[in-house]
Design a protein around this ligand. Sequence first.
Ligand code: ADP
Ligand code: MG
Length: 339
Amino acid sequence: MPYPSRRRPVQNPFGELRIIDRIRARTSLSNAVRLGIGDDCAILKPTPGHELLVTTDFSLEDRHFRRQWHSPTSIGHRALARGLSDLAAMGAKPLAAFLSLAMPKSTARNPRWLDGFLDGLLALATTYNVPLAGGDTSQSPADQILADIVLIGSAPAGRALHRSGAHPGDLVYCTGTLGGAAAELTALSASPRKFRNVTSADNHPHLFPQPRLAVGQALLRRRLATGCIDISDGLSTDLAHLCTASNVAAELDLARLPLHPLAASLDDGAQITALLHGGEDYELLFTAAPSTKIPRSIAGVPIARIGRLLKPQKNKPQMTLLSDNDRFELQPHGWEHFS
Ligand code: ADP
Ligand code: MG
């Protein structure tokens, strides 16, 4: 007997299962991911002698991105880039990504947003050979999109880079340039239309940041760094985290900070603010013993020596900025939630 059509279990074309199918169709496995999307759990196979590193990052609409400013592709790219940058900071190799995604009904009904988001996320995932191995999908309780990314990485046992590994006397280095993401965000907020058609192929530090995975892995492999952190919240804030974790003080040399070309057009004050406090550059800040020879570039990324570490002293600031033979106390003024 034919099933009464009224009661036929039709699949809702915009429902959770269709969305998951749409995601699954675009993913693949790897040596590390034995089982991906489709069962109750994914199955990963870590390399013998390695440890797993796990990081999670929220990307919340109106907190981390705005639909008026960010294309779906940029949102997907940025969501994954943040987690990859955390793995980079510890010298890890990414193994698998998991995506928990809550969308308002109106967004789920229009697959264009999801497809664009996946374009950005999966292009970056392919670049670093990290399969999307699972996640969760839900209707958002509000009118906003909420995405949470979990990344699993691996590193040889006992070798991951830490914020807490730096010593007084070590020199301070950073990768790439600083202030570009802050400068681009300023331009983006002033005229979002100009950025509508930007793609990841272009150099866009805010919209399409490049996590420094190869540098982090090289620092670990070549035993170059004593301490490392990624600059996600701004140089001043992330350096303070490293100083606190390592119990050291730091001196930064303003003239040595590598300015992103996009920030060069800002006025002097805004330039310094972008350099010291601008977030989301996703460069690495690392420290090395003064006897360690640090190359000028690692994995094709320029490395700048920007300061040095000292013993912390009572009544002395944790961080000092050297500029034109003057010294200033440097306060962490980067990004902080609930402030
Ligand atoms: P369960 O109810 O057992 O959690 P789901 O129906 O939520 O299962 O998920 C089915 C499969 O689809 C699982 O493998 C899960 O990891 C995957 N999945 C669900 N949502 C997503 C998503 N947003 N991105 C990637 N994989 C997802
Ligand atoms: Mg689920």
